[in-house]
Design a protein around this ligand. Structure first.
Ligand code: NI
Length: 200
């Protein structure tokens, strides 16, 4: 089993167990798929303006969280573009709901993703997308608790490396509780629909 899947499965076990149990009784459509999953939680990181940012700074906001890095050649730009487009779509159709969502990009490459680099990068995808970085230890800690895998490759040129990483968009509630894995691979409309479904 590869590490990405293993981490996700471990983090999602409680939710899977709940799902199996609930299969015996009438399922409720109102139960978030990740309810009770041990994924997410507190963090202290560095924001794109250089100051400390904590999970509690987003109290009351739904958080749409994606891990990646600004040097990512193709995966991150594609995914962030989808997230940005879905938010714009929601801003048009349901601005109140859209305003309750804070999109967050957390770097898995803190050595190169300084606050200034992140700030310029995230602005290209959505005006409210914020970039977070931190020390290698802080990033490793938050990635682990959010079920995200990342692994630097062995570069031929020292600073010219790639980082393999999980490709998952997570939605958390106003208290930081996990809600769902957003099906970003299904496109803009599916992302917007998923947000509309859970964000109250
Ligand atoms: Ni990437």
């Amino acid at each position: 089993m590869n590490e990405t899947i293993f981490r996700l499965v471990s983090a999602l076990l409680p939710a899977l167990a709940a799902l199996l149990l609930s299969a015996c009784s009438p399922a409720s459509d109102d139960t978030p798929p990740l309810q009770g999953a041990s994924i997410g939680g507190p963090f202290t990181l560095t924001g794109q303006d250089g100051g400390q940012v904590r999970d509690t700074d987003f109290a009351g906001q739904y958080r749409l969280v994606y891990f990646g890095y600004t040097y990512c050649p193709d995966v991150c730009p594609v995914d962030l573009q989808l997230i940005g487009q879905a938010l714009r779509k929601l801003e048009k159709s349901d601005p109140d709901t859209a305003a309750r969502i804070q999109p967050i990009f957390i770097s898995v490459d803190p050595a190169r993703d300084t606050p200034a680099v992140l700030k310029e990068y995230v602005a290209a995808f959505h005006p409210r997308l914020i970039g977070l970085t931190g020390s290698p230890e802080q990033i490793a800690d938050v990635a682990k608790r959010y079920g995200v895998y990342s692994q630097k490759d062995e570069p031929t040129v020292p600073k010219d490396y790639l980082v393999d990483h999980s490709r998952v968009v997570l939605l958390f509630g106003p208290g930081g509780e996990p809600i769902s894995i957003v099906p970003h691979d299904k496109g803009v409309d599916a992302i917007a629909a998923e947000l509309e479904r859970w964000v109250k």
